[in-house]
Design a protein around this ligand. Structure first.
Ligand SMILES: Cc1cc2nc3c(=O)[nH]c(=O)nc-3n(C[C@H](O)[C@H](O)[C@H](O)COP(=O)(O)OP(=O)(O)OC[C@H]3O[C@@H](n4cnc5c(N)ncnc54)[C@H](O)[C@@H]3O)c2cc1C
Length: 404
């Protein structure tokens, strides 16, 4: 039965993905309601490294990672770790991750990510202008830096593969990197610069402005959690603790929390979380002028407004466990390797990347249920891919083949 709370499209989740989808649907003339129980944009979309990583076509799982997986998972200082208590529930995801890391599946995953990433910067140019956030972006590139020649050699296959996809990248000697970022110590293995790549100086502020633009576009944001989803002849009914809402279409964009809702819509997806961390050091002028990732450490050092953010690591585990203090210590120790004079961090954060074993996001209708659209699983690339994802979902809702 139609009620006052019914809507044409209901978007579940107000992170970068759900907010951008809601905006694009409203631009297309749809009546949109968005459910978000917390501050919009305060999940993974708040605490990331802020890179618009159009160059990051290599998935997390590669033959090299697979070869080193046991060492990576169980070493105390590895950038990739697993919470032992979560191993039994994680096992199916890990098995699938191992399979996706084989050469053939890995190449297929690169081929799936590359065309999405190719549109990312253009999407953010348009979106940042629309939401009045152009001042929150830098356009001076991002850097992968190699502490040893061994690290560089290990990265050569990835560099070659990116080259075959036409990704702009410049090899820098240790001296050339020092000229670009004078505060960094020498990096024996040199670096790769992705010239012109965009990055954000404050993802939290960008999310705030995005949420304002979404509201101004006429989207109704309700501070409610979706707890149940049922497909009915009258539409899709979504139950919240404050009552139910029926919509003609529902978009599931609840990030790492999407799996249970998808199961209620009739499909099982191997979505889990790669927990990620950040620490921040307040300083009037950050020590870097662009994001730099010492790749073997698994984090980015990112200049942000009034602070340096060290963001990254992958900790496989669940959504419920609290932050692991060892990971903060690991980030701190890592940051001090490059900047020994840093004081104590001013704040720290744990967030949940929504991760598929193949690193490829899920952006499509539920199989056999065109009224429920899935938009999650962006892993390390959700900020980057928000505008592209929103464009695809807008076209799916309109019944158009997604435009390229
Ligand atoms: C340390 C770290 C560094 C990163 N660096 C980068 C980077 O440099 N570049 C990049 O592109 N990406 C990066 N990422 C990844 C990126 O942050 C995520 O992929 C992206 O934020 C995912 O967006 P989302 O909207 O899907 O999820 P989220 O931002 O987590 O939003 C999901 C929202 O859904 C809401 N929700 C959950 N359950 C329900 C429910 N039942 N009902 C209603 N709402 C619900 C949550 O409250 C949340 O606000 C990084 C991530 C981490 C952790």
């Amino acid at each position: 039965m139609a009620g006052a709370s019914d809507t044409e499209v209901l978007v579940i989740g107000g992170g970068a993905i759900g907010l951008t989808i809601a905006l694009r649907l409203a631009d297309d003339g749809r009546a949109v309601t968005l459910l978000e129980p917390n501050e919009p944009g305060s999940g993974a979309s708040y605490g990331n490294a802020g890179t618009i990583a159009e160059y990051a076509i290599i998935p997390v799982g590669t033959p090299g990672v697979l070869r080193n997986l046991p060492d990576l998972l169980f070493s105390r200082v590895s950038p990739l770790s697993v919470r032992k208590a979560a191993l039994p529930t994680l096992f199916p995801w890990l098995l699938r991750f191992a399979y996706e890391s084989l050469p053939g599946p890995m190449r297929r995953n690169v081929a799936a990510l590359a065309p999405l990433l190719a549109e990312a910067s253009a999407g953010w140019h348009e979106l940042s202008a629309q939401i009045g956030a152009e001042d929150l972006f830098r356009h001076n590139g991002c850097v992968y830096a190699y502490t040893s020649m061994r690290d560089f050699k290990a990265a050569e296959a990835d560099i070659t593969l990116r080259g075959t996809y036409g990704i702009a990248q410049e090899l820098l000697s240790s001296d050339a990197l020092s000229r670009l970022e004078p505060q960094l110590p020498p990096f024996e293995g040199g670096a790769v610069l992705f010239p012109g790549a965009m990055s954000m100086t404050d993802p939290g502020e960008a999310m705030r402005r995005l949420a304002v633009a979404v509201t101004q576009a006429g989207v109704r944001i309700l501070p409610r959690r979706a707890i149940r989803l049922e497909r009915q002849s009258t539409g899709v009914r979504v139950t919240t603790p404050e009552g139910a809402i029926t919509a003609r279409r529902v978009v599931i964009a609840a990030g790492a929390h999407s799996r249970a809702l998808v199961a209620q819509a009739g499909e099982r997806v191997p979505l889990d979380t790669e927990r990620g961390y950040h620490i921040e050091f307040d300083m009037p002028t950050p020590l870097l002028s662009r994001p730099v990732s010492p790749t073997s450490r698994g984090f980015y050092m990112v200049p942000m407004q009034g602070r340096l953010r060290i963001a990254g690591l992958v900790e496989l585990g669940d959504l419920a466990a609290s932050a692991n203090e060892r990971r903060f210590a690991q980030l701190e120790e890592g940051a001090r390797t490059f900047f020994p004079d840093l004081g104590k961090p001013d704040r720290s954060w744990l967030g949940f990347r929504p991760s598929m074993p193949n690193s490829v996001p899920v952006i499509r209708p539920v199989r056999g249920a065109p009224d429920v659209i899935l938009a999650f699983g962006h892993g390390h690339l959700g900020l980057t891919l928000a505008p592209v994802t929103a464009r695809i979902v807008r076209d799916l809702v309109a019944g158009r083949a997604p435009a390229n």
